[in-house]
Design a protein around this ligand. Structure first.
Ligand code: NAD
Length: 546
């Protein structure tokens, strides 16, 4: 699916901008400049935007014919049915990768997938809200900013961070570490990904020699200069070797696709080509080798922690994989959410994003300018927007991500809607968000790990989130299973809303964003977090029972 987004920006193929906006989001998600593997419809990690090319074609066809009072239902990446609903209802509702809990494991899921009954949709892949690397970049920036604040007096100057994976999400790490002043050594097994990281300035230098990489690390630390070094190798082997040599980084994490040991994670001594062959031909052997590798990998991370490094799981379920493969101490280190993000989400501060449906970068720059003028009191936001303007390359439709609280989301969306109405910007804008948002995720090994009241595995909240967004009439509402941690480990919901310049949308923003973010605040307040309880009061949310 290539070049489909280069539509004349104001010519509608659908009956209104609400529908057109969602259609452009789908097409954008699988654009060759956005998706990791557009031919297979893999958007990032192992998540697909739609079941197959035929399903994409049919979804687009349905959206082109959809009436203003109809809703298209998507079942795991294929169009299921169109119902007459109302103009106020969502135009698209999707449910992806959900299986009945007792059967929620990879083995069963793969069988169902092979029968053509489902697909794996991760989060923003099948919510058609992926915008390329920028989406994860600010989150990664926020995470390393917190790491710096909590452990290193506010910046990573002269600090060495060891991590892995230069995929769609992982590539944000070296940039975010550099933004915080640090030196990163990123291990990646696929030479093509390393080459790409150099081409797009994700990393500064690349090598396949650990000696050379360590020399660069040492020099950069000595000079206190931020630097990102890509090292071709298997993370598990490199981590072991560093321990053996006694090289202990300041911070250690990992973003290989460990959530999926068969299709994402690459065992020790395998090249990418070898991995491709063996996973097709002898999957049992592949899995055995992957399990051995992941145990060694996490064992090394535990050891780094014992020797003084700050170590955290970066949302890829690597601890659970190692634990299931027999490593009892796999959970010795925390995951990044309780450690660095939860207190922010208790106030509803989490990843919000918007996409210019015109395809015109100036629409985004005008919104940037508005934020710089009107939210200039917030240094963190200001610094991010300035950095993003200077450094982020748009992939597909021009877009911006910025962590914002409910009240700022409402304010911004209303103002942008006015900009659309007055033609100050060329075409409507879609507002959407990550699934790692306050109330939209139940994920006991990530977003809801270590909840104060022990409610880590309670799955009600993301379902309430999707239902509330449907009741409030967001343009697109989705519910998913699996996300970044895999089948059986998370339930989550997505939402998008199109600012088409109409008065009706201005009225909706307050309701939709207060509900979407507010429910997250309620979830944390319910679990006993004081910051969330205070924030709910401030927003006038009347919590009934705590
Ligand atoms: P990806 O599949 O695009 O990239 C993973 C990379 O890891 C690939 O380039 C692969 O070659 C490399 N790799 C695999 N095994 C390796 C090994 N043993 N040694 C070295 N390199 C290896 O995945 P992605 O989109 O970058 O996501 C990475 C992980 O992070 C996934 O598990 C994903 O679910 C998770 N994730 C985290 C967050 C977050 O907020 N922290 C968000 C979304 C996803």
């Amino acid at each position: 699916m290539r070049n489909l987004i280069h539509l004349p920006s104001e010519d509608l193929r659908c009956k209104n901008w609400q529908i057109e906006g969602i259609m452009r989001m789908l097409i954008n998600t699988i654009d060759s400049d956005v998706a990791e593997d557009p031919d297979q419809l893999i958007v990032y990690g192992t998540g697909k935007a739609a079941r197959n090319q035929e399903a994409v074609r049919k979804i687009i066809e349905e959206l082109e014919q959809l009436n203003e009072d109809e809703t298209l239902l998507i079942q795991s990446g294929k169009p299921a049915v169109v119902f007459r609903t109302s103009e106020n209802a969502p135009r698209v509702i999707a449910v992806n990768s959900v299986v009945v809990p007792a059967y929620a494991n990879w083995k069963k899921f793969r069988q169902l997938e092979q029968k053509g009954l489902t697909m794996y949709g991760q989060s923003t892949a099948s919510a058609w809200a992926y915008i390329g690397m920028q989406g994860i970049l600010q989150g990664t920036y926020e995470t390393f900013h917190e790491v710096a604040a909590q452990h290193f007096q506010g910046n990573l100057n002269g600090k060495w961070i060891l991590t892995s994976g230069l995929g769609g999400m992982g590539s944000a790490q070296p940039i975010a570490i550099k933004m915080n002043g640090g030196v990163s050594l990123v291990v990646e097994v696929d030479p093509a990904k390393v080459e790409r990281s150099i081409k797009y300035n994700v990393c500064d230098v690349a090598t396949d020699s650990l000696d050379e990489a360590l020399h660069d690390v040492k020099m950069a630390i000595r000079r206190q200069t931020p630097l990102s070094i890509a090292l071709i190798g298997n993370a598990s082997d490199v981590y072991q070797e560093l321990l053996y040599r006694g090289n202990i980084p300041d911070v250690v994490t990992d973003q290989t696709s460990a959530h999926d040991l068969l299709n994402g994670y690459i065992p020790s001594d395998y090249t990418v080509q070898h991995a491709f062959r063996i996973r097709q031909q002898v999957p049992e052997m592949y899995l055995e080798d992957a399990k051995r590798t992941v145990v060694q990998h996490v064992k090394a991370m535990v050891e780094f922690q014992k020797r003084g490094a700050v170590v955290f799981d970066y949302g890829n379920n690597i601890r659970q994989q190692a634990y299931m493969a027999g490593l009892e101490e796999a959970f010795s280190f925390s995951n990044f959410i309780p450690a660095y993000i939860r207190h922010l989400q208790c106030e509803g501060y989490s990843p919000f994003r918007w996409i210019a449906l015109s395809g015109n970068p100036n629409d985004i720059y005008k919104i940037d300018q508005f934020i710089l003028n009107r939210l200039s009191g917030n240094d963190r936001i200001k610094r991010w927007i300035q950095f993003a303007q200077a450094n982020v390359r748009f992939q597909g439709l021009p877009a911006r991500i910025c962590w914002l609280k409910a009240e700022d989301r409402i304010f911004l969306a209303e103002k942008v809607n006015e900009m659309v109405a007055s033609k100050m910007i060329q075409a409507p804008v879609v507002f959407t968000r990550d699934h790692m948002d306050a109330g939209s995720m139940a994920s006991p090994l990530r977003e809801t790990e270590g909840m104060r009241d022990g409610s880590d595995v309670i799955g009600d909240w993301p379902i309430l989130n999707a239902l509330l967004n449907t009741a409030n009439g967001a343009t697109f509402v989705s519910f998913h299973h699996g996300g970044g941690v895999g089948i059986g480990y998370s339930l989550h919901a997505g939402m998008s809303i199109v600012a088409d310049g109409s008065k009706q949308m201005t009225e909706k923003f307050h309701q939709v964003f207060l509900g979407d973010v507010g429910l997250g605040i309620v979830r944390y307040a319910d679990a006993g977090y004081d910051i969330a309880q205070k924030k709910a009061e401030e927003l006038g949310i009347d919590i009934k029972h705590q």
